[in-house]
Design a protein. Structure first.
Length: 111
């Protein structure tokens, strides 16, 4: 987590949920740090760092399928996605894995 402070929480996501800490928006226009070319501020897209994940979703045959996002990943999601809340002065967003649009920096393995 480079120069960012380590965030600890006792909140444990269940199943296919991912707990993220929102990151500040990137400056608008041009190329973002994630190499996305944006004509202006990406007002509808948010970024967050994954700090906890559930154990996965249950497939049709009853197997647990692990989640692709891992703790420490920076993920992209719509600002209307998930449930935003605050605990002990720290802001969080709880998302379903399907609400995550992508990750920054690395390519997750295909499912």
């Amino acid at each position: 987590m480079n120069d960012e402070k380590e965030i600890k929480t006792s909140i444990a996501p269940l199943r296919d949920r991912v707990l993220v800490v929102p990151l500040p928006p990137e400056a608008g226009g041009g190329r973002t740090t994630s190499k996305i070319i944006a004509p202006g501020p990406t007002d509808d897209m948010r970024r967050g760092r994954v700090i906890a994940t559930g154990n996965g979703h249950v497939s049709v045959n009853g197997d647990i399928v692990p989640l692709l996002p891992k703790v420490g990943d920076v993920v992209l999601f719509l600002k209307t996605a998930g449930v935003a809340f605050e605990s002990y002065g720290q802001k969080f967003v709880m998302l379903h894995e399907a609400q995550i649009e992508g990750t920054e920096g690395s390519n997750p393995e295909p499912s």
